[in-house]
Write a protein that binds this ligand. Structure first.
Ligand code: AMP
Length: 408
């Protein structure tokens, strides 16, 4: 009974599946991997069998669809006795990008839930269809298992209307379900809680600004464990400068590009989502490369960095004002966890707000959550590695455990 404690976490994209298998008795990772380029001749599977401590296995061969991909993953897992048919698998947790207003919590998937995720496709055209494919494939393989949807938007459903609404005509907005939903919610939830833990406090007693800085980037203001504002909006395009996304722009830029620039909607979409942000500003979206170029005196890289930091600082100031009292600022994701110069520059000059980074602590490379604020600074500055898969597995396991108890 207690051995039935494994949760498989699936993050299904349109041509990829990322997965992790966890044992929830101790939250340990048994295996992880990635299938890429599904539907192409050169599909690639990389599997790391963590439980057995084996080497990563990687191969390239055609994988026709998500069904074939999951079967290939199961075959890799089965080499260590962990296949998808294993009776010890308790549940499958799926990352679902858009849960709209309705899904405020992780949810056991049934036909009605599937229909609602489908209904949300117009607001998440790139992500929800792929997430649905992953769910349906997993259901077909293990119809007996509970499957749980964990939504990227759920953590942000606590935002008040004053933060969630755009100041546009209410009827028009409602007719098209236009509002600020926010994304990266699983990460913001996990990191805000982990930050409270790092401070030795309960989440209810702590106000945190979370800066999730990866290739996609978002900030959130979390008061007592509940999100009160976040920088992404209707889609993950709003807010901070990102690897390839513009973040905030004057909406009239779009009108101008169409009217004066003669660009189509599809071209503007590609421009703002794929050719803007750091890559649009300097040709690179990897912060390591940008820092290397800055060290060589590259002015375009420097300007891209400065614009990135300026925007970040504006959000720190804005969320400081929204929260009134801030206990901690937490940096997370690829850039936030690794790029000390970004952390230093983002809080530089904010001593009046109680914010100061200790240069030595900031330079230390480490895996776990840690404080980098200067001794005596009023507000803690922390680096808190995010773990979205663990969060999805934890929420999935908690929900399935609860349901089993309810049935009994
Ligand atoms: P993520 O989306 O969270 O996986 O973050 C990916 C991004 O993190 C990359 O595009 C890089 O810009 C950044 N990154 C990863 N490692 C480092 C590092 N050691 N130093 C600076 N930036 C990094």
């Amino acid at each position: 009974m207690s051995s039935s404690s494994r949760v498989l976490v699936l993050n299904s994209g349109s041509s990829s599946v990322k997965y992790q298998l966890l044992d929830m008795r101790d939250s340990s990772r048994l295996a992880m991997g990635l299938v890429e380029r599904i539907g192409e001749e050169t599909s690639r599977l990389k599997h790391t069998p963590l439980a057995s401590g084996g080497e990563s296995r990687e191969w390239t061969a055609p994988i026709a669809d998500h069904d074939a991909a999951l079967k290939a993953v199961s075959a890799e897992l089965a080499k260590d006795g962990l296949g998808l048919d294993s009776p010890e698998l308790t549940a499958i947790g799926h990352r679902v990008v858009h849960g709209g207003k309705r899904f405020t919590e992780p949810t056991v998937i049934d036909d009605a839930v599937l229909a609602e995720i489908e209904r949300l496709i117009p607001v998440a055209p790139l992500h929800n269809p792929a997430n649905l494919t992953g769910i349906r494939t997993a259901q077909a393989l293990r119809p007996d298992l509970p499957q749980v949807a964990v939504f990227d938007t759920a953590f942000h459903t606590t935002m008040p209307e004053s933060a969630a609404r755009y100041a546009i005509d209410v009827e028009t907005a409602d007719a098209h379900r236009i509002r600020r939903y926010g994304f990266h919610g699983t990460s913001h939830a996990y990191v805000s809680r982990a930050t409270a833990k790092l401070l030795g406090k309960a989440p209810e007693d702590v106000n945190v600004i979370v800066l999730h800085l990866g290739n996609g980037a978002s900030a959130s203001a979390v008061r007592g464990g509940r999100c009160v504002d976040t920088s992404m909006g209707l889609t993950p395009l709003e807010g901070l400068v990102m690897g390839t996304r513009s973040g905030d722009t004057d909406p009239a830029v779009i009108l101008h590009l169409a009217r004066v620039g003669g660009m189509s909607i599809a071209e503007i979409d590609t421009l703002l989502n794929k050719k803007s942000g750091l890559i649009g500003l300097c040709g690179d979206n990897d912060m390591r490369e940008i820092r290397r170029r800055i060290d060589e005196g590259d002015e375009r890289a420097q300007l891209a960095f400065d614009i990135y930091i300026h925007r970040l600082k504006k959000y720190i100031g804005a969320y400081y004002a929204v929260l009134g009292r801030v206990d901690a600022i937490a940096f997370t994701a690829g850039v936030g966890e690794n790029a000390a110069p970004v952390r230093e520059a983002a809080v530089a000059g904010l001593e009046q707000l109680g914010l100061a980074v200790d240069a030595e602590l900031n330079a230390i490379r480490a895996d776990g959550p840690r404080l980098i604020s200067r001794a005596g600074a009023r507000v803690a500055v922390a680096v808190v590695p995010t773990d979205e898969e663990l969060e999805i597995a934890t929420q999935t396991y908690a929900l399935v455990g609860k349901n089993i108890k309810t049935v009994e």
